[in-house]
Ligand binder design. Structure first.
Ligand code: FES
Length: 159
């Protein structure tokens, strides 16, 4: 969803996190990013700049760490995360069809979030449950032997 109006985020949580960190060293970087993400659901750019201003941590370095680690997200996330396996075991058992069915049902492509912020859709190399191929995971729920025709009823379980 795009908006022409710039909406400023409430920086209170970020300021509290910076204060609670005590002395800032380079080791503080990852814990701060984790706490900021817990508070905001992702790492908003304007908040990272505020953290940099408050702590003296380098904004470019923060951005570099945030893009390096998969656990960090620079864009807002959906309420639910769907991970669809694109690994070999799933691929040979129709995984590509499941990915396409999810893209159609959600009207997004891999890596995107639905306009209503309900789902973020990702693909992963293996979910570690190849015996259930093809597999998808929604939040912490695994769905194995998934059929494209069942996608809608699975998604309906998540508000
Ligand atoms: S290849 Fe899909 S779960 Fe391992």
């Amino acid at each position: 969803m795009q908006s022409n109006e710039e909406v400023s985020l409430d920086k209170t949580a970020a300021l509290q996190i910076c204060e609670s960190m005590g002395e800032i060293t380079s080791d503080s970087l990852i814990p701060i990013l984790q706490q900021i993400q817990d508070a905001y659901g992702y790492l908003p750019e304007e908040i990272l700049f505020e953290v940099s201003k408050q702590t003296g941590l380098n904004a470019n370095q923060m951005y570099g760490v945030a893009t390096f680690y998969e656990q960090f997200h620079l864009e807002p996330r959906g309420r639910h995360t769907i991970k669809c396996c694109r690994g070999t075991a799933c691929h040979v058992r129709g995984g590509r069809e499941i990915i396409s069915a999810l893209e159609r049902a959600l009207d997004v492509e891999e890596g995107q979030t639905t306009d209503d912020m309900r789902f973020t859709f990702e693909t992963v190399a293996c979910l570690g449950t190849c015996f259930l191929a093809p597999v998808i995971m929604i939040n912490n729920d695994y769905y194995g032997n998934v059929k494209a025709g069942k996608i809608k009823s699975i998604l309906d379980r998540y508000e």
